[in-house]
Design a binder for this molecule. Structure first.
Ligand code: 5GP
Length: 211
């Protein structure tokens, strides 16, 4: 039987480069599944329904909440965002490490529901760089950028409740650090209890035989 995968929660300020780092991770490593969220926000140019998000109406989102179809959800800058539960469970059962790219409210809710989940926060090397990246993206108005910077300042307070931070200085290095960190979770004692029990039993049996 395959070991159940780990649930990995990745958060980080808008513009910190989570998407680029994850793209590199998925291109270079196997064994990961990315949970596509549902959202009520409008698609940005180039975003594809079912790939980047499931773009749904407010009514449909509220129906998903009612039907308990979401593992968690939150509101962020005026829109709903949530994680469809079925896909996550299926992939974890298949042994994949499932990555949720979600904001802090949702992340802290996951930690309560799934204590074994690993919460990782991606930080920029400095605030100025973050501002420049957000402006450089050119997809948002100054007003939305200002709101996102304010939200970043508010979120920074919650970073202390995460398990790990990774700094995005360089995309390849950051993806390699993320991978190393996730792989290390596989070696935790509590992730390997069935194996340890089996080995202990075998040792006991052999010692009782007196060989
Ligand atoms: P964006 O609009 O820039 O794509 O995402 C805004 C924020 O919502 C990001 O911090 C992103 O990580 C977060 N987010 C995306 N999907 C989900 C989700 O399913 N649940 C929660 N709680 N946050 C999400």
């Amino acid at each position: 039987m395959k070991t159940r995968g780990s649930l990995i929660v990745l958060s980080g300020f808008a513009g910190v480069g989570k998407g680029t780092v994850l793209k590199t991770l998925f291109e270079t490593q196997e064994g990961y599944a990315y949970s596509v969220s549902a959202t009520t926000r409008q698609p940005r140019p180039g975003e594809v329904d079912g790939v980047h998000y499931f773009f749904v109406s407010k009514e449909r989102f509220e129906e998903m909440i009612q039907n308990d179809e979401l593992l968690e959800y939150a509101t962020y800058v005026g829109n709903y965002y949530g994680t469809p539960r079925a896909y996550v469970e299926e992939k974890l059962d298949q042994g994949f490490d499932v990555i949720l790219e979600i904001e802090v409210q949702g992340a802290l809710n996951i930690k309560k529901k799934v204590p074994d989940a690993i919460l990782i926060y991606m930080l920029p090397p400095g605030a100025q760089i973050l501002h420049e990246r957000l402006k450089g993206r050119g997809t948002e108005t100054n007003e939305v950028i200002a709101k996102r910077m304010l939200r970043a300042a508010q979120e920074a307070v919650c970073v202390s409740q995460y398990d790990y931070i990774i700094v995005n200085n360089d995309v390849d290095e950051c993806a390699a650090n993320l991978h190393a960190l996730i792989r290390a979770q596989r070696l935790r004692v509590r992730s390997n209890l069935p194996f340890i029990r089996k080995l202990t039993k075998e040792l006991t049996n052999l010692s009782e035989k007196g060989e």
